[in-house]
Design a binder for this molecule. Structure first.
Ligand code: FAD
Length: 294
């Protein structure tokens, strides 16, 4: 059974709690093929019905997707939705970032997700930016208040951080440089998010911190991703997912239950919205949305 057909036959379970409307956003990667472009159009059309605040589009390491990110964002804007391109700075010069900012301004884009990014292994030239706070400061210096700027946050600590406290202080640098809101790395432990938000508030960080939500579709892929980005899959969840082997339908069904419960807890605990890492698929995010009664 294909992934698409599993999505389409997934029954909609009733939500236990009805949440008030919240701000929701969906993240895409810029497709590489004509088929991918078509598929993303269909995904976007379906997700647009949920009235998202914005669609964001990732930016490949070192600017490798620069044109495709711009193309995808242009199409989203042209269809009347708010598009927020991601922009990573590692390996870039000030001139190249200035160029991209000017291009976005000329397209009427007013929303960015500003990141450091990761250099592909073997790449030596780090460019003129070291950290995302420098990018945020540069965007503000060059373009004033033109852009609404989102930055990344890590409730379970960025994998390269020396400590939880230093990572939090570094998060504050981005906020002090002018970030308007933050989106977190995904996680499956709601308490990690609540603790992070509480500690951020103690440090005087008052911007919205929106949890990033990763629907569970493919366990092998999820485990690989999580190891790379430092997101923890709790032992009970790992074991349960492993027990399904390659039974994709069961993984998806169970994953939907787990992630819906997580969202339920996050919203009940005051999360200001949800940002879905869609992997360019509409089915899982839509089902979670419906189950939450949003
Ligand atoms: P930073 O905030 O710069 O932090 C990186 C590390 O450096 C942390 O350990 C931090 O504690 C430390 N640090 C930060 N500032 C300082 C400082 N001034 N002095 C000393 N240490 C410091 N990657 C992509 O390539 N493309 C994307 O489109 C993309 N989208 C993402 C979207 C979201 C919502 C998230 C959560 C991540 C995304 N990433 C993306 C991944 C991201 O680029 C990586 O996690 C990267 O390793 C860190 O980026 P950052 O912006 O959080 O970096």
């Amino acid at each position: 059974m294909s992934v698409e057909s599993v999505e389409s036959v997934e029954p909609i379970r009733q939500s236990r709690v009805r949440h008030s409307p919240i701000s929701v956003s969906f993240e895409f990667f810029p497709p590489k093929t004509a088929e991918g472009v078509e598929k993303l159009r269909a995904t976007r059309k379906q997700l647009a019905q949920l009235n998202p605040k914005f669609f964001s589009v990732t930016f490949g390491a070192g600017g490798s997707t620069r044109d495709r990110t711009l193309e995808t964002v242009r199409e989203i804007q042209a269809d009347g939705s708010d598009a927020a391109p991601h922009l990573s700075c590692i390996g870039s010069t000030e001139a190249s970032i200035r160029d991209i900012l000017n291009e976005y301004k000329s397209q009427g884009i007013r929303h960015l997700v500003a990141l450091r990014g990761d250099l592909p292994s073997g790449t030596m030239d780090a460019g003129e930016f070291n950290y995302a706070n420098e990018l945020v400061a540069f965007i503000r210096k060059e373009t004033g208040d033109w852009f609404e700027i989102e930055v990344a946050a890590y409730p379970e600590v960025h994998p390269q951080a020396r400590s939880y406290t230093e990572d939090m202080i570094n998060f504050k640098r981005k906020v002090d440089a002018g970030a308007n809101a933050a989106i977190t790395q995904y996680f499956f432990n709601a308490d990690a998010y609540f603790g992070f938000v509480e500690d951020a508030r103690v440090l005087g960080i008052s911007i919205p911190i929106v949890p990033g939500i990763m629907p569970i579709g493919n366990y092998v892929q999820l485990a690989r991703f999580s190891d790379a980005c430092g997101a923890e899959i709790p032992r009970w969840l790992r074991k349960k997912l492993e027990s399904y082997g390659d039974d994709l339908a069961s993984i998806r069904a169970f994953g939907l239950d787990v992630v819906t419960d997580l969202c339920d807890r996050l919203l009940a605990g005051g999360a200001p919205g949800l940002h879905f890492y869609t992997m360019n698929q509409a089915g899982p995010s839509t089902t979670i949305w419906q189950r939450l009664g949003l």
